[in-house]
Design a protein around this ligand. Structure first.
Ligand code: HEM
Length: 404
């Protein structure tokens, strides 16, 4: 551990931390459940605190207009992150969330399931031919990218650049940002906006021809209505959806496989009893939460662990730290695919709870069911590579050797 009085400083994390954060989080939970950072903000590490802060949107704001100014300046990354629904409070948040709701109902999900199953089958055909794959780039990445591409109405042959834009824009949310990351993040937002402007013009030329059922068209119809979303609000929420639905789900599938390889008894258990898939995916979400840290700002004076946090205090919500809290999860370092109850915070809590949670669960369940059914032997063919990321628990490479 490094820096501040008890040693945990988000702005100065060690290379070892990025690879294995949970031992550090345990110390932080035990010693400083409210861990002050050198910039005056606090890191929240215990489950009960994290769950109640996320739930209380009145006392803790998601609006990031103050916080992102010093980090991003006035550029495109600032414009993007401060316009998407996730970093806003009601009433704007409520308005956008309502517009998106019809696209995440169980009925819509059911209709999408067939496409996802077909897509996974095609990827597995290719994997079977190859024998050795990189799970991240040859499998996990393609599933959410194509699904969210379908939902947004982005033509299939135009999706490839979105992958990198999404990665770079989300990477900009890491606690530490280099000037290069800032520059490529800004350029990616602009490239994404240019692309969407073109796509919107194309959609407009088709809207009268037939009723479109994708999210972009629905937001476009709202934009055209009186008091509708502005063009920037429309574009930034589309960009956010693609980013939110893509990397996180890729990360869930990659980490899930990494866990099954690290805990072979659990892989065997799942093979023998596929009915455990539902609890297995929940345990993957808990154990290696794709989004590990969220943020809120206190809107009123609050007292936590006998400490006064004045209105305006910035908080880092340790979702991953909370999901390993032994006060909530017995033996939290055991990866147990039968764990029940498992009320993890991987999708957040309260009004901002992940809109795509059922979608992500469906994608992961299908991915693992089909992978395990197709290949009797799944072995690691090289090390799991993780970039130095604290906010997102990303895997960049996971080589696998597969045999039917
Ligand atoms: C395993 C995959 C995923 C994880 C771990 C995840 C995690 C999260 C978390 C923690 C939040 C709340 C952030 C906060 O409270 O500050 C969130 C919000 C959100 N997520 Fe996800 N997400 C995943 C997949 C998806 C997918 C597939 C979609 C859509 C296609 C999606 C769309 C959204 C949206 C729209 C929000 C904003 C909700 C709001 O502010 O009301 N997510 N996600």
């Amino acid at each position: 551990m490094t820096a501040n009085s008890r040693g945990f400083e988000l702005a100065n994390l060690s290379p070892e931390f990025y690879q294995a954060p949970y031992g550090v989080y345990r110390e932080v939970r035990d010693n400083t459940p409210l861990s002050q950072q050198s910039d005056g903000s606090f890191f929240i590490s215990r489950y009960e605190d994290a769950a109640s802060i996320l739930k209380d949107h009145q006392s803790y704001s998601s609006d990031k207009k103050i916080d992102f100014k010093p980090k991003f300046g006035d550029g495109p990354l600032y414009e993007h992150h401060t316009t998407s629904l996730v970093f806003n409070d009601p009433p704007y948040h409520t308005r956008v969330r309502r517009l998106l709701a019809p696209f995440f109902t169980p009925r819509t999900l059911k209709a999408l399931e067939v496409n996802v199953a077909d897509m996974i089958d095609t990827l597995l055909d290719q994997a079977e031919d190859a024998g050795t794959i990189d799970l991240v780039n040859d499998f996990a990445n393609a599933i959410p990218l194509n699904l969210i591409g379908d939902m947004l109405g982005i033509p299939g042959d135009e999706r490839e650049p979105l992958r990198n834009w999404a990665n770079v824009i989300l990477g900009g949310l890491e606690p530490r940002l280099t000037p290069e990351q800032l520059a490529t993040g800004n350029a990616s937002v602009e490239a994404f906006k240019d692309y969407l402007r073109d796509l919107i013009a194309w959609k407009r030329s088709r809207l009268s021809a037939r009723a479109e059922t994708d999210i972009l068209s629905a937001l476009l119809a709202d934009h055209d209505s009186p008091d509708g979303l502005s063009e920037l609000e429309l574009m930034h929420n589309c960009i956010f959806l693609l980013n939110a639905g893509h990397d996180t789900t890729t990360t869930l599938i990659s980490n899930g496989m990494d866990l099954l390889l690290r805990f072979p008894d659990q892989m065997a258990l799942l093979r023998n009893d596929p009915a455990l898939m539902k609890t297995a995916v929940e345990e993957m979400l808990r154990y290696e939460s794709p989004l590990q840290i969220g943020n809120r700002r206190a809107t009123v004076d609050v007292t936590l662990h006998d400490q006064l946090l004045p209105a305006g205090t910035f908080l880092h919500i340790g979702i991953a730290a909370a999901n390993h809290d032994e006060r909530q999860f017995p033996e939290p370092e055991a990866f147990d695919i039968t764990r029940t109850p498992n009320r993890h915070l991987a999708f957040g809590n309260g009004i901002h709870i992940c809109a795509g949670n059922s979608l992500a669960r469906m994608e992961a369940s299908l991915a693992f069911s089909k992978l395990l059914a197709r290949f009797a032997r799944i072995e690691q063919a090289g090390p799991t590579l993780r970039p130095d990321r604290a906010r997102f628990r990303v895997i960049s490479k996971l080589p696998l050797s597969l045999a039917a």
